[in-house]
Design a protein around this ligand. Structure first.
Ligand code: HEM
Length: 516
């Protein structure tokens, strides 16, 4: 069967040869028309496709047969959360195929961790082709194994305690400015998801690049970046023809990277003159200057390289943090007793200066606010899964070998909603992260940021950023969530959002109670 299958594959690569195969060898000459030959070869191709699928599928739960040619492509265009849930519930491992890609989905904590931790020996992150085009093939994010490890080590300096201390007040300034804009809407109710995105984008640009980028350019970058997000589909047209989504995204990337390079040059000049570091670029360049001065052998990062790294940070952070911030505002409005405890904590640690700007020292004192952020991320993990692929045939457990080249997907949601680990897993309970709770005793289940060689580099910064936003918001504003039947329904677009876009209204702190 396998020999026949491989013979057929070779033949099916050329229609002409297929016709001659059937005309010339299988049946006597002159007895079969070209049309009939095409029909027979199509039928054999379809049969081969089913053989290909079922021989990989074996006993795994999944569609019994492959939809000819496209597999479950149509379902993957409009994924639903309920669809994912039923897939995860179907077995510890399950499968589908999209076009000619065989996909294995792991739904337990143990198997998901195994996939992530087995990079690069048996697995590696699976990259959609458009990503390589948009982020450029030379981007560090596509490195594997030792090269990846070494490069990544050089970036650790950007997320030290000292570096976070530089970023906290920069973020705080941006949050307060955006809150003032929301308050200027005078309590108008509207979906806030897009406004949360704008806040995140500006915070990222200012934290990463400081004020080397003028306001108008920052706005242009924010708009251009929408092109990048739009091109992040699982399936794109393979060639970046003019005016396709990927083509627009590549043009946007060129513009963004050029702006970043300009900022790097300015930072180099300022830091060489002994300036105080005000953003990630400054921290990075200062550390290179210091290491050079100390005579250490260091990795010199070129301007474009730095710009591309910052681009990956934008890429990795924008959607995930926007998702987390959206759910955080919604969950806090729906659980006023939790918001009150955040406020109480802020009063305790800020004293008389309630609306003072953020600092890392303040962040470190926000024990309860941290618990809240951990719980938001557990309940509504922005990233539900990450696609990897196998680099060889790999016995993932005792009874299944994932074939080489298959996409293998570790999922995070089931581990984060495991009722044996998190009591009442679907309830929002920040106390489970407190001294009395036991969520901390199960670090293996907290897969929000992945695990292994590619785990999230920005984890600590992301947590600080979300904490900073809700802390600062709690002292400046009151907000209401206008609930709709879609508020608790999850929509999936790379990350997860409430289906109604989180309809909210904001008022200055104290005015809602005062007016009711
Ligand atoms: C709530 C916000 C965030 C979430 C939920 C999140 C989640 C993740 C996840 C699940 C991964 C893949 C891990 C793996 O494959 O094992 C990842 C990778 C990554 N994240 Fe985040 N992330 C967030 C924010 C950020 C931020 C703010 C930054 C940068 C400032 C960042 C930078 C990165 C980078 C560079 C990688 C790739 C690391 C590598 O391949 O070595 N992330 N993140």
């Amino acid at each position: 069967m396998a020999a026949l299958a491989s013979q057929l594959t070779a033949y099916l690569s050329s229609g002409e040869r297929v016709v001659s195969f059937f005309k010339g060898s299988l049946v006597p000459k002159q007895t079969i028309s070209a049309g009939a030959a095409v029909c027979i070869s199509a039928a054999l191709f379809l049969a081969y496709e089913q053989y290909w699928y079922t021989s990989k599928k074996q006993h795994l739960p999944g569609p019994r047969w492959k939809v000819p040619v496209i597999g479950t492509f149509l379902e993957s265009l409009n994924p639903t959360f309920e669809g994912y849930l039923s897939k995860w519930n179907s077995g510890a491992l399950s499968c589908v195929s999209v076009f000619h890609r065989f996909i294995v989905i792991a739904s337990t904590c143990e198997l998901s961790r195994k996939i992530l931790l087995n990079a690069p020996q048996n697995t590696e992150p699976s990259v959609v082709d458009s990503m390589r085009k948009i982020l450029t093939p030379e981007n560090w994010i596509f490195l594997h194994g030792k090269a990846h490890q070494d490069y990544r080590r050089g970036l650790n300096v950007l997320f030290t305690r000292r570096a976070l201390g530089i970023y906290a007040p920069v973020g705080g300034d941006v949050y307060s400015r955006h809150f003032q804009e929301w308050l200027a809407l005078d309590g108008k109710a509207e979906p806030y998801q897009l406004r949360f995105r704008e806040l995140n984008m500006e915070a990222s640009l200012r934290v990463f690049l400081g004020y080397y980028i003028p306001k108008e350019t920052a706005q242009k970058i924010s708009t251009a970046y929408l092109r990048v997000t739009a091109a992040l589909e699982l399936v794109n047209f393979p060639i970046a023809l003019p005016f396709t989504k990927v083509w627009y995204a590549m043009r946007a990337r060129e513009f963004i990277v050029n702006c970043f390079i300009d900022a790097v040059k300015q930072s180099r000049v300022r830091m060489a003159e002994g300036g105080t570091p005000n953003c990630m670029l400054d921290a990075w360049i200062e550390s290179m200057i210091e290491e050079r001065a100390s005579g250490k052998k260091i990795r010199e990062f070129a301007d474009k390289e730095i710009a591309l790294v910052i681009l990956t940070f934008l890429f990795a952070s924008q959607d995930a943090t926007t998702s987390a911030v959206t759910w955080a505002f919604q969950l806090l409005a729906d659980h006023p007793q939790v918001l009150e405890r955040i406020r109480k904590e802020q009063e305790e640690i800020r004293g008389d200066n309630l609306t003072c700007n953020l600092s890392y020292e303040l962040i470190e004192k926000m024990q309860y606010t941290r618990q809240v952020v951990m719980e938001v991320l557990r309940l509504r993990p922005p990233v539900l899964m990450i696609p990897y692929q196998t680099t060889r045939n790999w016995a993932i457990n005792d009874d299944y070998v994932v074939p080489k080249g298959a996409m293998v997907i570790p999922t995070f949601y089931p581990a984060l909603h495991d009722p044996e680990v998190y009591l009442n897993p679907d309830s929002f309970d920040p106390d489970r992260w407190g001294p009395e709770g036991d969520a901390h005793n199960h670090p293996k289940n907290f897969l929000v940021f992945g695990v292994g060689p590619h785990y999230c580099l920005g984890k600590e910064y992301a947590i600080m950023h979300i904490m900073g936003i809700i802390a600062q918001a709690s002292v400046m504003m009151d907000w209401e969530h206008i609930r709709t039947p879609k508020s608790d329904k999850i929509t999936i677009f790379a990350t997860i959002y409430p289906q109604d876009g989180a309809i909210m209204k904001f008022r200055p702190r104290g005015s809602i109670q005062a007016s009711t």
